[in-house]
Design a protein around this ligand. Structure first.
Ligand code: E4P
Length: 251
């Protein structure tokens, strides 16, 4: 399974990339907001900042549109792709599956229309805010290169909805995996909205091609109390005879 880092924080990106485990990255307007709040006082220039992210991520990097109509999303996607893809050749455009926010301003199909047009124009699309297998199926049919099922958020919804017909996060990933395999879709699954180690483990077991993981979860993935105990025991057990072996090794 590939690991993407789910952040727009350049320090987190650089740090995680230095570990050799990052295959790509995902951002969204909320993650950009967090980064802007953190680095605003340092005089952040948005275009330069995104360029920095593009060149720091060693694989596909998702940048999200902000409009709700297909026409505007397509324009924004083309702008993002033309402006940033030449720099690092890794830009993927994130389009929501459905931009209807429930206020009656927009229909349910703008996302699909945008996915179709952009995919036809060979701009890779990561379809975001996937909460059901049916949404994933439609996204794949419309030409999506990636779908992002939101594990954490559907788990939240399950808690509130308390309905037997609602899939939890990992059931969602498993179901999409099965559907895509049944019909040989090329669309890759990015397990998203990951909240904990279990989400990562279960995504890997389910065969998700990618998991996009927040820095905080990557940090907990590498830790274990017994690893800490082990490392301090090894340190305490170093005898002078063994230590002597390393004298001069630093030069
Ligand atoms: C995916 O690409 C999204 O950026 C992200 O996983 C959303 O997760 P959240 O539910 O933690 O906001």
């Amino acid at each position: 399974m590939k690991i993407f880092i789910d952040t727009a924080d350049i320090q987190e990106i650089r740090e995680a990339c230095s570990w050799g485990i990052v295959d790509g990255g995902t951002t969204n307007p909320s993650l950009i907001k967090k980064a802007v709040e953190k680095y605003k006082s340092e005089g952040l220039d948005m275009e330069r900042y995104i360029e920095e992210i593009c060149v720091s991520i060693p694989g596909p990097l998702s940048l999200e549109v902000i409009s709700l109509s297909a026409e505007s999303m397509i324009k924004e996607a083309k702008f993002l792709y033309k402006r940033f893809n030449p720099i690092s050749k890794n830009v993927v455009i994130k389009i929501p599956i459905n931009t209807n926010d429930g206020n009656g301003n927009i229909g349910n199909y703008e996302g699909l229309k945008a996915i179709k047009i952009l995919s036809q124009e060979k701009i890779p699309v990561n379809v975001t805010l996937i909460m059901t297998p049916e949404q994933a199926l439609l996204a794949a049919k419309a030409g999506a290169a990636y779908v992002s099922p939101f594990m954490g958020r559907v788990d939240d919804y399950l808690d509130v909805a308390d309905r037997e017909d609602v899939l939890c996060g990992i059931e969602l990933v498993r179901s999409i995996k099965k559907i895509f395999a049944n019909y040989d879709f090329d669309t890759a699954i990015i397990a998203a909205s990951i909240r904990n180690n279990q989400h990562v483990r279960e995504s890997a077991e389910a065969g998700a091609e990618i998991a996009t993981i927040p820095f905080s979860v990557l940090n907990t993935m590498v830790q274990h109390p017994k690893t800490e105990e082990g490392i301090s025991r090894f340190a305490n057990d170093v005898v002078s005879e063994y230590k002597q072996l390393f004298v001069g090794s630093e030069g």
